[in-house]
Design a protein around this ligand. Structure first.
Ligand SMILES: Cc1cc2nc3c(=O)[nH]c(=O)nc-3n(C[C@H](O)[C@H](O)[C@H](O)COP(=O)(O)O)c2cc1C
Length: 159
């Protein structure tokens, strides 16, 4: 199975999750790329696309949104897709400046998953979030391992 993992990351936490997911698979079948380095045409050569973003103001980053919007209609037909984000827990968000804007609590993973499906992708598991302790991280203990297990289980179940 050829797997492409696309991520954006300001402080490195989402990259850590993307790399950990990548390490769960055979080196020859997986590529992990920053979103700005992705050529849309390369999506035609893969079997599974995994997209991850930090949650910023209740949604994915602009780079991830642009990447998703630039995928032509039906381009992901026949391709399996998964979506993840990194995020603060509600408790940690409410203790910070974000409480000023917290009219609604939404995260990046679900809209990423919806967009991938709207382009023809087949979502093979529920979008998932991995928790950081503060804006700059670090990730909570166990989140790297949880991310690896999330991806491995989804791929095993989809075969
Ligand atoms: C400007 C800004 C907005 C943020 N908005 C949210 C948010 O809406 N929800 C949330 O859970 N975390 C929010 N965060 C925390 C980010 O999710 C956190 O910085 C991110 O997971 C770290 O990932 P990265 O190291 O890959 O950038 C925000 C952080 C910043 C700096």
């Amino acid at each position: 199975m050829r797997i492409l993992i696309v991520y954006d990351s300001f402080y490195g936490n989402t990259k850590l999750v993307a790399d950990a997911i990548g390490d769960s698979f055979d080196e020859e079948e997986v590529e992990v790329l920053n979103v700005i380095d992705v050529d849309i045409k390369s999506l035609k050569k893969i079997d599974l696309l995994i997209v991850g973003s930090p949650t910023r103001q209740f949604k994915p980053t602009d780079y991830i949104e642009d990447f998703l919007n630039n995928i032509p209609s039906n381009y992901l037909n026949g391709i399996k897709v998964m979506a993840f984000d990194t995020r603060l827990s509600k408790v940690e968000m409410m203790s910070g400046i974000l409480k000023l804007f917290a009219k609604k609590f939404e995260y990046a993973a679900e809209p990423i998953g919806n967009k991938l499906v709207s382009k023809g992708g087949k979502l093979i598991c529920n979008p998932e979030g991995f928790f950081v302790k503060s804006n700059k991280g670090p990730l909570h203990e166990g989140e790297i391992e949880r991310a690896s297990a999330w991806a491995e289980n989804a791929v095993d179940d989809s075969i």
